[in-house]
Design a protein around this ligand. Structure first.
Ligand code: PLP
Length: 358
């Protein structure tokens, strides 16, 4: 605390990211990073973008990257906004499109950065509970027509559960008066994207990141796709905040990544195969595993608490994510899909932890 703080700082509850400890031999399955290195084409592009060019500011409009993203998704580059990680994209979206007198609708269990942005920008929220199977129920959102917007993750985090496209279409139709943000951070691992609904729904905004499925969490690049009018509003906020959110290395690496379908498709398929293997291994140990469409699984065991298991794994140098709050998910572990070897180490460690003596 300091007397020099602005008034708003006292009221903030900052997001706490998963830890990044420096421990030798650590198996890190706590922040949904990719276990494989990025594509060589990305590393080459970053190397080529360094050097003398770093004297100069990067392109404030990120035109080449936005065109590569637009080409990948078959949209117009005027429908694409890019930012320093999708976290920054989301922050600008909250400010530009979701700050209205009526409350913003959020699931009670979802990406915990959403309520943090709402507080930072003074946006009232109406928190909508997931159902008993920890699924988003669209009717609960349609029953709250007085809202200033909706934010959902699909697949949801930390559950990994995907919402069928028909449900999203129904939400967009029934909630045409405000923006519906669909955060597709994990969509590349098996859920159906809402992008195909863009043409019919000017209130849809789809948010993506290169951190998970493109192995570029360290480069900090995210984007969103929506109607040009929505993008124009977000650009106005961005240009009132930071003209150059993406540096030259990030622009070059992200552009190369968006053009490398072969690496992308092969890596996603590999992770999906490992996820199915991990899911089966956890079930064999007696875990109850939610159906995941992401690069992580959300699982609990009837005989051991989540905090206890996470601590026992940590002693064996394996990090997973555990959430104490809300109470409803305190017995679950969120486990990132690693390489098959990492998943096997995890399963071995869990089977030790679950022996009766522990
Ligand atoms: C990881 C994650 C993000 C943030 O991704 P960055 O692009 O690395 O900022 C956004 N939303 C969800 C649901 C995530 O899990």
């Amino acid at each position: 605390m300091s007397k020099f703080w602005s008034e708003v700082v006292h009221g903030l509850t900052p997001y706490v990211p998963g830890e990044q400890p420096k421990i030798d031999g650590l198996i890190k399955l706590n922040t949904n990073e990719c276990p494989y290195p990025p594509s060589q084409s990305v590393l080459d592009a970053i190397a080529a973008a360094g050097g003398d060019a770093l004297r100069l500011y990067p392109d404030p409009d990120a035109r080449v990257l936005r065109e590569a993203i637009a080409a990948h998704h078959g949209v117009d580059s005027a429908q694409v906004f890019v930012g320093n990680g999708s976290d920054e994209v989301l922050a600008h979206v909250f400010m530009a499109l979701l700050r209205h007198p009526a409350p913003l609708l959020l699931p009670d269990i979802s990406y915990s950065f959403y309520p943090v942005y709402a507080r930072l920008y003074g946006i009232a929220t109406d928190v909508v509970p997931l159902d008993a199977q920890l699924r988003i129920r669209v009717d609960d959102y349609l029953a709250r027509p007085r809202n200033g917007g909706v934010v959902l993750a699909n697949p949801n985090a930390p559950t990994g559960v995907a919402l069928p496209l028909d449900d999203i279409a129904r939400l967009l139709r029934g909630n045409a008066h405000s923006v519906v943000v669909v955060d597709e951070a994990y969509v590349d691992f098996g859920a159906r994207s809402a992008l195909e609904l863009l043409a019919d729904h000017p209130n849809l905004l789809v948010v993506r990141t290169l951190s998970k499925s493109r192995a570029l969490a360290g480069l900090r690049v995210g984007y969103c796709i929506g109607a040009p009018e929505l993008i124009e509003g977000i650009v106005r906020v961005k240009d009132s905040f930071n003209s150059y959110p993406l540096d030259r290395l990030a622009l070059a690496g992200a552009t190369a990544s968006m053009r490398d379908d072969a690496w992308f498709n092969a890596t996603c398929a590999r992770i999906v195969a490992s996820r199915d293997r991990l899911d089966a291994g956890l079930r064999a140990l007696g875990f109850d595993v939610l159906p995941s469409a992401a690069n992580f699984v959300f699982a609990r065991h009837a005989c051991a608490g989540g905090a206890q298991l996470a601590a026992a794994l940590r002693e064996r140098r394996i990090l997973v994510r555990h959430f104490r709050q809300p109470e409803r998910i305190a017995d679950y572990l969120r486990i990132t899909v690693g390489t098959d070897a990492q998943c096997d180490s995890l399963l071995g460690a869990l089977s030790e932890c679950l022996r009766p003596s522990v």
